[in-house]
Design a binder for this molecule. Structure first.
Ligand code: SF4
Length: 445
């Protein structure tokens, strides 16, 4: 949470020398609180004050980056316990595991399968972000597997191995990809911290209790590694959820710095269905990184769909750009339908038009991402806005007829729209699911 001007003022020299460009320390503190200046403008601020001020203004859950370039994954920097309080910012990074002991060709095939776990849903691309390589103490095998995984994917990497020698060998192969090193424990913390520090890679730490985890966090930070990811060691779902909640509360409500980092959790289910159930629970509360064995598309679609919904800003409906869309290869005599730019509405309509196998045009009206009836009630989906969209989208140049199908729920707009647009208005079904039958049996161009 940001500091107030008075809180900042307490740490300043209070000499009012004016060298920072403002006449008094208090005025400088006020400007600093409003982010209109920076602390380095005061040449007299002590190191101790600097540390206190920078520490106090740090986010309660540190942002951690795994990977590089376009495929980097960020976790942390969350500000609320409940999504409705504001929003969740960084979607749980999904990591699918690969066993380092697999023969080379099988390992490559598994990684390629993971690469393909990307889907289009309501106009967004959702997918797996990380490959987690699970290894043994065989350093040469683990390093070779890390190299092979990196060669077969552009996704970020997580290296799972408690053996420092094996970890060091693997990190040497893929350090440029900035993998997450997992994990430092009480037994190997010095070695793992040394490897993480030398390679500038983030480090996951694991303990058997939250108090041990906090102590380990302080120890590792003392060793110079400050990009951390936390594993409470729990694998039983009830305990995992309890720990995740306590860590989030400690970081946000108590500003408890040792636990102010994103978390990593592991699914541990015996059946593919339970794997999905566990994963979606952990996405909801509050995994920063989730390592799963799920690799089937049906499993990932379910987990990613849950993630997409949970990490959607509740104050901003998912919307697509207004304009003219086509389904199939429509011609000058194809049907023209209209709907709103609320993604869930549009993609439902699009799916039903597609199911009809009647190539069509869809005029999408900008209703600020609201559904048909909401937009109509708030006067965003009216005769005038639809008529304006007809003009703006240029659909008149695409078709030879002048007929537009409106949703049955707003049949009341027919007369006015006909007047405003000069188009013949046809009232379509009330529910989108009626579109296939409507287009096949009722529409006549
Ligand atoms: Fe105060 Fe520092 Fe500004 Fe001088 S330079 S007025 S000490 S804040």
């Amino acid at each position: 949470m940001a500091l107030t001007g008075l809180e900042i003022y307490k740490h300043l020299p209070k000499t009012n020398c004016g060298e920072c460009g403002v006449p008094t320390c208090l005025a400088f503190a006020m400007k600093l609180a409003q982010k209109q200046t920076s602390l380095d403008k005061c040449p007299h601020v002590t190191e101790q004050a600097k540390e206190a001020l920078e520490g106090a203004s740090a986010p309660p859950i540190k942002l951690i980056t795994i990977g590089v370039g376009d495929n980097k994954v960020e976790a942390g920097n969350e500000t609320v316990l409940f999504r409705h309080e504001e929003t969740f910012y960084h979607p749980t990074a999904l990591a699918v595991s690969v066993d380092a002991a697999l023969p080379e060709s099988e390992l490559a095939a598994r990684v390629k399968q993971i690469n393909g776990l990307v889907f289009d849903r309501v106009g967004q691309r959702i997918g797996v972000g990380l490959v987690a390589l699970r290894g043994s103490a065989d350093a040469a095998q683990f390093a070779a597997a890390a190299k092979a995984v990196a060669a077969n994917t552009d996704l970020g990497l997580v290296l799972l191995n408690d053996d420092p020698a094996a970890m060091e060998a693997a990190v040497k192969e893929v350090a440029a990809r900035k993998p997450l090193i997992y994990a430092a424990t009480a037994a190997n913390a010095d070695e793992m911290a040394r490897i993480a520090k030398a390679s500038s890679c983030p480090l996951a730490i694991r303990a058997d209790s939250l108090s041990d985890l906090a102590a380990l966090s302080q120890k590792v930070q003392g060793l110079g590694v400050t990009d951390l990811v936390l594993d409470s060691g729990a694998r039983e779902p009830v305990k995992v959820l309890g720990d995740q909640t306590l860590i989030r509360r400690a970081a946000l409500r108590k500003k408890f710095r040792p636990l102010g980092f994103p978390t990593i959790v592991f699914t541990s289910a015996n059946s593919p269905e339970d794997e999905v159930m566990q994963a979606t629970q952990y996405v909801a509360k509050y995994a920063g990184i989730l390592v799963t064995n799920a690799v089937e598309p049906w499993q990932l679609i379910a987990i990613l769909t849950a993630r997409q919904n949970i990490f959607t800003d509740p104050q901003k409906p998912i919307q697509l750009e207004a304009g003219l869309y086509q389904v199939g290869e429509p011609t000058a005599t194809s049907p023209v339908l209209t709907t709103t730019n609320f993604s869930l509405t549009y993609f439902t309509v699009e799916g039903d038009v597609e199911a009809s196998r009647v190539p069509s045009w869809i005029v999408v009206v900008d209703t600020e991402g609201t559904s048909v009836l909401t937009a109509w009630a708030s006067e965003k989906f009216t005769a005038d806005t639809i008529a304006a969209a007809i003009k703006k989208t240029g659909v008149e140049e695409k078709v030879s007829h002048r007929k537009i199908v409106i949703p049955g729920g707003v049949a009341v707009l027919s007369g006015k729209l006909q007047e405003a647009s000069g188009w013949q208005v046809l009232v379509g079904p009330r529910e989108s699911s009626g579109i296939p039958t409507y287009l096949k049996s009722t529409w006549q161009g």
